[in-house]
Design a protein around this ligand. Structure first.
Ligand code: GLN
Length: 308
């Protein structure tokens, strides 16, 4: 497969979709980003990386971090109670509701539907805080390690902006705490969550960092981060829940495990082949990048590499 030629063709196809949708503004610091941006990278399982457009420009990872916090909790749980522990506190069913919705939590006793809606990600961050003592710094080190980029950093302006406008996430966390589903104090859990969402990475960084998901749990150097069945589980939850209330539509159009963020990034995994990351800041009503979805749709159409 000539990845570079495919990427060029995908970028040309996605170009008319760039600037469609809205750049997220509910976290005001995210609004600074130009809507014109488009980049895409592919990292194959052997370590080769290809890119097009703004593929080396860092952006706010936002909810893409939820994939990595779940992976880190699973990796850190080896030898202790095992990953079964986290699945008692968060489900693995699609929610069919927006990423920051509160509605299901009361009827379901403070157990979020899945780890990729905000409520579920807060539980995962809480668990990571218990396991490591410093969830956001552990995330930063993990992402530096997996991406091979030691310069990755938090964006303080984004973390502060999210904290300032974080009433919804605080409400979710307090509500879960009232059901006894947080181990750490609410202010500390939401602070670490905001920091992890503020990390800046490029398409290149994210495609490389997500390589273990395409390598059935193995890192680039052959060492094992996750068991193969754990990588399978993360991919499965990405497919069914990674793009929120658009997960069905995404599976229909793209047919890959994927995780989006309101920074406009989406990572997607082709198990056994490669990890992709695409970025364009204009979002649709469900918070997924419009040009990013169009690009992934075209990528699987051209290559025939959806998981179906
Ligand atoms: N930090 C964002 C929030 O909690 C992440 C949401 C997202 O990327 N979908 O609202």
């Amino acid at each position: 497969m000539d990845y570079q030629a495919v990427l060029e063709e995908v970028a040309a196809h996605a170009r008319p979709f760039v600037r469609q949708g809205q750049v997220a503004d509910y976290i005001p610091a995210l609004e600074r980003v130009s809507a014109d941006r488009f980049g895409m990278a592919v990292a194959d399982i052997h370590g080769a990386v290809y890119g097009v457009g703004d593929w080396e420009v860092p952006f706010s990872v936002q909810s893409i971090s939820k994939t990595f916090s779940l992976a880190l909790v699973m990796a850190q749980s080896h030898g202790s109670q095992g990953d079964g522990d986290i699945w008692k506190r968060v489900g693995r069913e699609p929610s069919g509701t927006p990423f920051n919705s509160l509605v299901q939590l009361e009827a379901e006793n403070g157990i979020p539907r899945n780890p990729f809606i905000n409520a579920g990600a807060l539980v995962v961050t809480d668990r990571l805080q218990t396991l490591t003592g410093d969830a956001s710094t552990s995330m930063l080190h993990f992402l530096r390690e997996e991406s091979g980029n030691p310069h990755l950093a938090f964006d303080q302006a984004v973390a502060d902006s999210e904290a300032e406008h974080g009433d919804r996430n605080a409400a979710l966390a307090h509500f879960m705490a009232s059901f006894g589903n947080l181990e750490n104090p609410v202010p500390s859990v939401i602070e670490h969550y905001f920091w992890q969402c503020s990390i800046e990475m490029s398409c290149r960084d994210l495609a490389v960092a997500g390589g273990f998901l395409a390598r059935h749990g193995l890192r680039a150097d052959g060492s094992r981060l996750l068991e193969a069945r754990e990588a399978k589980r993360i991919n499965a939850v990405m497919l069914t829940c990674g793009t929120y209330d658009a997960a069905g539509e995404f599976a229909y159009r793209v047919g890959l495990p994927a995780k989006s963020g309101v920074g406009g990034g989406i990572i997607a995994v082709i198990p056994g082949r490669c990890t992709l990351c695409v970025w364009s800041p204009g979002l649709d009503a469900r918070g997924n990048s419009v040009a990013g979805a169009a690009a992934l749709d075209h990528f699987t159409t051209l290559t025939g590499w959806s998981v179906f």
